[in-house]
Ligand binder design. Structure first.
Ligand code: FEO
Ligand code: CA
Ligand code: CA
Ligand code: CA
Length: 597
């Protein structure tokens, strides 16, 4: 039935064919609009976008660069919602005319600091359809940048490992960097993963930094020449203050955002929450690196209900106390590789069991380590080393991990790992079943008794990505002649019917990245359909599927080797003669009806 609008409820659209068009291609009967782009003024007093007259001051009041995670939160104003976006990193070569990577100017560097971080901007719905437009100068609009003050909270706050010459208390950090994916909490805040923070720091010689990929020489952007905190040789602990999940109260533009050290320090892709039956938060979070781990935090305090100030203040402490766990997965058959011969493990399925290994527990009175040879502070700051010590399972780059609100099952996007099985690296195992894994896969986890706080779980392969004609792919058992090709799953989201939506980054099938929907239950489970495709060089991020619209972040369009402002690979979305601009796009039905029904 591919090719017509049939499918599971919520996925009844004609799939978009894979392509290399320099635009956002959407299904028949749908329309789109750019909600907001890099450089649009959102704060009072910010100037209109003028890429030939950029400044740090202007950028600090404008929408940042390379939007990734998107959240939409309700507002009491009818027809309006609060859009929260991450700005993961900057592409200076596509931002500044004549950019010289060997000699960036102070203004360019400070503009890049201002283009990182987060944006909060009110958006307005069209009454007739799902179109969304930004509301500039709204009093809730906010920019958080690489220089905004953050409070460090949780078990590593005030630790000697976090003290610097500028902050002898170890509790006050300037800025957040490389915010990739994120999530909303049931208490009305947003979580943002600090991912590849290592790239901003220079001149380290420590083994702990090496485990995080911090370089021994100059950094790519040379920020260390403009602020010595980015020079590890001069300010050794600054790098220990990045790599956390940050929490923002987007409803209070004067609030100080927090770095939640109880969730550990690694290359956090994102963070998503499910509550226990007694109201405690469980946060799932992946460490996006080849052969790294995924984690969960189980809070010990219950969420307070209601909107009173007391309830909000209480809920802003929920992520400071609890236990951090890392995942260990065991196959239940002798490990074999999914190799295209159709060979299956001897029980017929790539599946098995897993345990959550406790690493450390944070309480109001202090923290306790569960890892031999490491203090609790060390576990929370050098979390990767703790995972190494307890023998956690080395995964194929854990990106988004998100519980399905309909079923509680947890989906783990493993984007790819070309090094799996290469040389002395770990070989394919039942949970990472493909050597030289170019296209990635998605695992489905079921927590014991379907309780998110359980310390054991069952898992199975949900999807092994690639060209469905490749026998080493798997679409939850659905007939493969009826599904779209997919490669490099990254962000995931759910619609109101419990369908899983998957956005991709770095697709390796010769086509641009895109967004896909797939049923997770019923007789169409595994029927994967492509909903949209990206412009040239772009990764699909931040998908949100509401009844009337799909929202995506078009991240790093035009990011192709050798492209510059003068010689662009793409000029999306504004057309020839303009700067390519990362943007948020809304896709909706022309007839105003709900998505996919
Ligand atoms: Fe920023 Fe793991 O993608
Ligand atoms: Ca098995
Ligand atoms: Ca990502
Ligand atoms: Ca990615």
């Amino acid at each position: 039935e591919k090719g017509n609008g049939k499918g599971a409820r919520g996925l009844r659209f004609t799939p978009v064919a894979p392509n290399t068009a320099d635009t956002v291609t959407i299904p028949e009967g749908y329309a789109q609009n750019v909600v907001i782009s890099w450089g649009e003024p959102i704060l009072r007093g910010a100037p209109a976008f003028d890429p030939d007259k950029q400044s740090a001051k202007a950028q600090a009041g404008q929408f940042g660069y390379n939007c990734d995670y998107l959240g939409l939160l309700p507002l009491p104003e009818p027809g309006r919602q609060l859009l929260v976006a991450n700005h993961e990193y900057t592409d200076e070569i596509l931002m500044f005319k004549g950019y010289d990577a060997a000699k960036p100017t102070r203004e360019q560097v400070e503009t890049a600091w201002a283009a990182h971080g987060l944006s909060v901007v009110v958006v307005e719905e069209d009454r007739k359809n799902g179109k969304l437009t930004a509301v500039p100068r709204h009093h809730l609009n906010r920019r958080v940048t690489a220089t905004t003050e953050f409070k460090v909270s949780g078990p590593a706050a005030g630790s000697d490992l976090l003290k610097t010459s500028a902050d002898p208390t170890g509790t006050k950090v300037l800025g957040t960097l490389n915010n990739c994916a994120g999530g909303e909490t049931p208490w009305g805040t947003t979580l943002h993963g600090e991912e590849n923070f290592n790239q901003y720091f220079a001149n380290s010689s420590r083994a702990t930094d090496k485990r995080y990929g911090v370089g021994t020489a100059a950094s790519e952007r040379k920020w260390e020449l403009f602020d010595k905190r980015f020079d590890v040789a001069k300010e050794p602990n600054e790098v220990h203050r990045f790599g956390y999940v940050v929490e923002l109260d987007p409803y209070d533009p004067t609030s100080t955002p927090r770095k939640r050290t109880a969730l550990g320090r690694f290359k956090h892709e994102g963070a998503t929450v499910r509550l226990t039956h007694d109201g405690r938060p469980v946060v799932y979070t992946g460490d996006d690196e080849r052969f790294d781990y995924f984690y969960k935090f189980v809070g010990s305090k219950r969420m307070a209900h209601g909107h009173s100030r007391r309830a909000r203040e209480h809920n802003l402490t929920l992520l400071d106390e609890g236990t951090l766990y890392v995942a260990k997965l065991t196959g239940d058959s002798p490990a074999i590789e999914i190799d295209g011969t159709g060979k299956l493990p001897n029980d017929g399925e790539f599946d098995g069991s897993g345990t959550w290994i406790p690493l450390a527990t944070a309480t109001a009175k202090g923290a306790v380590s569960h890892v031999e040879g490491m203090t609790a502070e060390e576990v929370f700051v050098f979390t990767r080393l703790a995972g190494d010590k307890v023998g956690a399972t080395k995964m194929d780059r854990p990106e988004d991990i998100e519980p399905n609100p309909h079923t509680g099952k947890v989906y783990v996007a493993l984007t790819n790992n070309s090094n799996r099985g290469v040389g002395t690296n770990a070989k394919a195992d039942e949970a990472n079943p493909r050597n030289a894994n170019k296209h990635g896969h998605v695992l489905e986890l079921t927590e014991r008794w379907n309780r998110p706080e359980s310390t054991s779980f069952a898992w199975s392969l949900f999807l092994v990505a690639g060209d469905p004609k490749d026998p080493a792919t798997y679409f939850a058992g659905f007939p493969k002649d009826k599904v779209s090709p997919i490669s490099c799953p990254d962000n995931v989201a759910f619609d109101r019917y419990g369908n899983l939506w998957i956005s991709t980054d770095g697709a390796q099938l010769g086509f641009h990245d895109g967004l896909f929907g797939v049923a997770t239950k019923g007789d169409r489970r595994g029927e994967l359909k492509q909903f949209l495709t990206m412009p040239k060089g772009a990764e699909t991020c931040g998908p949100i599927v509401q009844d009337r619209r799909v929202l995506v972040a078009v991240q790093h369009p035009g990011e192709i080797d050798g492209a510059t402002v003068e010689k662009p690979a793409s000029t999306w979305p504004d057309g020839p003669g303009t700067y390519v601009r990362p943007s948020v796009v809304a896709v909706y039905r022309k007839d105003g009806r709900d998505i996919g029904v």
